[in-house]
Write a protein that binds this ligand. Structure first.
Ligand SMILES: Nc1ncnc2c1ncn2[C@@H]1O[C@H](COP(=O)(O)OP(=O)(O)O)[C@@H](O)[C@H]1O
Ligand SMILES: [Mg+2]
Length: 313
């Protein structure tokens, strides 16, 4: 299928600072596209421009053929938005909140009440629909927030970090909901700084940092950025003799060996096999092994490889 969202040379400046600094990507109809990046990367700013809340400083976003600069109303009709900040009235019930949002989308009468019923079902909260939202847990509020974003059955759903700070049960429910909505044909843009969520959900991903895309592609393509190498991490004494690195580098399948303080980091084609060799080399040299782990290539290691810092910073 073709592209349903195209982002072209997008820039957003706040004073001298470019929060979004020249971004291009496209979302294919029917996919879950991930925007992965640490706090401050510019994800929310991008979502705000896409949903026509703030205008781009430069560039454009075309959603289902309509430009955010020229046809914001047409763009809004195609989109559902689940904002990072919860947008609900605490003293109204879940049903009343959803009915409010439904009327904002122009729904009324039978269409409105059946849209609200469906959305409550989807949120898994039909049995608590009459309770005031203020009595809900953070996770339940987020589930209602998502329900509010899909009342009008949008073609494209924008979700801005929908699982931050909630309990694991609600988180799993939300991840399942995203998959279900996508199976029913909805295209999803999912932003997160959680690598695991993006790996679980997304077909293709753009990794963003400081307002720029530093890598994009399918999960497999991104993992290939670090090559097909595992990371072996071994906790050692910080007095480790430097010669031991040469010994490790000569082991089968080992490509790179570095030490930072009391951690030895080795890139190897088969992490498990390399670990055994590394531990016996350390033992033979009389060095202590405090801990050991093998990490397969993932988006975290891609981010680490490209920026030299952790996503969790
Ligand atoms: N309205 C604003 N005025 C000034 N700076 C802003 C505004 N909105 C966001 N920023 C800044 O832009 C950068 C990107 O923010 P944001 O898009 O919220 O990142 P993310 O959602 O990835 O955490 C941050 O440095 C933030 O402080
Ligand atoms: Mg944000």
């Amino acid at each position: 299928m073709g592209d349903i969202v195209t982002v072209i040379g997008l820039v957003k400046r706040f004073g001298d600072m470019a929060a979004v600094d020249g971004i291009d990507f496209a979302i294919r109809e029917g996919e879950i596209f991930g925007l992965l990046g640490p706090n401050g990367a510019g994800k929310t700013t991008m979502i705000s421009m896409m949903s026509c809340l703030i205008p781009p400083s430069e560039g454009d976003i075309v959603v289902d053929g309509a430009s955010v600069n020229k046809k914001p109303i047409a763009v809004k009709q195609v989109l559902g938005v689940v904002p990072q900040e919860i947008a609900l009235y605490p003293t109204l019930s879940a049903r009343e909140n959803l009915a409010f949002w439904g009327r904002m989308y122009g729904l009324g009468g039978k269409a409105l009440s059946s849209a609200v019923d469906e959305a409550l079902e989807l949120a898994g909260l039909a049995d608590r629909a009459k309770e005031r939202i203020e009595k809900y847990s953070g996770g339940m509020k987020r589930r209602i927030n998502i329900a509010a974003g899909i009342l009008h059955k949008p073609k494209v759903l924008l979700m801005d970090e929908p699982t931050v700070g909630i309990d694991p049960q609600s988180r799993n429910h939300i991840l399942g909901t995203v998959k279900d909505l996508n199976s029913s044909g909805m295209t999803v843009l999912y932003t997160s700084h959680y690598m695991e969520e993006v790996e679980f959900l997304c077909d293709r991903v753009a990794i963003v940092d400081h307002g720029k895309i530093i890598a994009q592609g399918s999960l497999d393509e991104l993992r290939r950025v670090v090559g097909d190498l595992d990371i072996v991490r071994v906790g050692v004494d910080d007095t480790l003799a430097p010669e031991i690195l040469d010994v490790i580098l000569r082991l089968d399948g080992v490509e790179k060996a570095e030490r930072a303080d009391s951690t030895l980091e080795v890139l190897a084609s088969d992490g498990g096999a390399a670990l055994a060799g590394i531990v016996s080399a350390l033992n033979a040299a009389g060095e202590k092994v405090h801990s050991a782990e093998v990490v397969e290539p993932n988006l975290e290691s891609v981010f680490l490889h490209l920026t030299g810092k952790s996503l969790r910073d």
